[in-house]
Design a protein around this ligand. Structure first.
Ligand code: PLP
Length: 423
């Protein structure tokens, strides 16, 4: 038995060379996990910065059209026609993501929200019903409740972790269940086996927004989930410099989504795809460091007298610790916590004082990049609400979301230590 540095990974000698490529290798090399050659021997996938593709002559065009209609020539399937129908740089990243998630195929979008809205618009019709879990990305909830509602598509919000409630919410017209895992900001983790069991019993398709996990920490398709969605703006690209979204799943579903993407028009720019591929190559290393730092931060905060409560799936105190340990290879890079109340000061101000005292993390929305980011959700996503309205949806004024970057763990801990001393 060879024990690797990562405590989650052990490999027996007999397995070496026989097992499927690991995700660190797949992140670097793509599907086969081995070096591959490009037409011009360049190491890097070329950036095909083009809006359209040419045909040698009308016979070439005819051959392409015939193959498109009848699927006769598989080599033609990958040929470019027009930018909205595909791009080789984008395609390369899609294959890499499919390999990482153990899916047949993947489809990229210009943002995570474009991925979510395209999937829901493509898979639902008027009269259908969709179930989503609470503690989800706010725009996803708003899209389900308001936008889909206008199109005659019903939705029901179910509390995260309430599987009886989830099953009871399924109606004869329910088509989809969509949930995040882990969720934002409380890092709740869906029991994927249980979700799939319920959904299959009622012939409902399941979608997991796995942005917070990445395929390094969790691969929902292995559990029977139908589609995995990512905001690739976050960990997958990893450098806070591009926006992108991804959907991964079985080839028939992805093919249908690709058809509707060609109509709805939300395609990823090739240059963003080029940067995304570059980012994905270091995904495994970045996530490893973010997992380690976050666990250390969560442990530190949980024992700190000025911290009221910490949410991190790697903590025994987290409601989903057990299921996270069973189905994930790491607990992720986000830690949420509440600053203890300071007598005579309102929690909004004392928490802001703590955030302002931190020196390493930038104050910004988003997560998943190399730079640590910190935010007070009450002042960011939920600013227009009153304290009472925020509390009703579970967002306290003293809540902090810390998205940990790849800085030295010891520097992050020291920064927290000095900032908490000022609270
Ligand atoms: C950021 C985020 C989204 C939206 O992605 P964009 O790339 O910003 O459009 C969706 N879901 C989760 C969990 C996110 O964190």
């Amino acid at each position: 038995m060879i024990r690797l540095a990562d405590p989650f990974t052990t490999v027996t000698v007999s397995e070496i060379g026989q097992q499927q490529a690991g995700n660190l290798t797949k992140a670097v090399h793509g599907k086969m996990g081995m070096r591959s050659s490009q037409p011009h021997h360049e190491l890097i996938t070329p950036l095909a910065q083009t809006a359209t593709y040419t045909f040698a002559d009308t016979a070439d065009l005819r051959a392409f059209m015939e193959s498109k209609m009848w699927g006769t020539d598989p080599s033609m399937a990958e040929r470019g026609e027009y930018g909205r129908y595909g791009n080789p740089t984008v395609r390369s990243v899609e294959r890499r993501l499919a390999a990482l998630e153990n899916g047949d195929d993947a489809l990229l979008f210009p943002t995570g929200m474009a991925a979510i809205t395209n999937v829901l618009l493509s898979m639902l019709s008027a009269g259908n019903h969709v179930i989503f879990t609470d503690d989800c990305y706010r725009k996803t909830r708003q899209f389900c409740q308001n936008f889909l509602g206008r199109l005659g598509i019903e939705s029901t919000q179910v509390a995260m972790g309430d599987y009886e409630g989830l099953e009871a919410a399924i109606q004869t017209n329910t088509r989809l269940i969509i949930s995040e895992s882990p969720t934002n900001p409380y890092l709740r983790v869906v029991d994927l086996d249980r979700l799939v069991h319920i959904a299959r019993k009622h012939r409902v398709k399941t979608i997991i927004d796995a942005t917070f996990a990445t395929p390094i920490n969790q691969r929902p398709l292995d559990f029977g989930i139908d589609l995995v969605i990512h905001s690739a703006t976050k960990y997958l690209s990893g450098h806070n410099d591009i926006m992108a979204g991804a959907v991964i799943g079985e080839s028939g579903l992805i093919h249908a989504l690709r058809q509707s993407q060609g109509m709805l028009g939300g395609v990823l720019d090739p240059h963003a795809a080029y940067l995304l591929e570059r980012g994905i190559k270091t995904l495994g290393l970045r996530i490893g460091q973010q997992n380690r730092s976050s666990q250390a931060v969560a442990n530190y905060l949980e024992s700190h007298p000025k911290i009221q409560r910490v949410w991190y799936p790697g903590l025994l105190s987290h409601p989903d610790h057990k299921v996270s340990k069973q189905q994930m290879d790491g607990f992720g890079g986000v830690v949420s916590f509440e600053i203890g109340l300071v007598p005579g000061e309102d929690p909004l101000s004392s928490t802001s004082r703590f955030i302002d005292a931190m020196t390493i993390p930038y104050i910004a929305p988003s997560l998943g990049g190399v730079e640590s980011l910190i935010e007070q959700p009450a002042l960011m996503s939920y600013y227009e609400f009153s304290t009472q309205e925020r509390l009703a949806i579970g967002i306290a004024d003293n809540l902090v979301r810390f998205a940990i970057g790849i800085e030295d763990t010891s520097d992050i801990l020291a920064d927290l230590n000095q900032a908490l001393a000022q609270v």
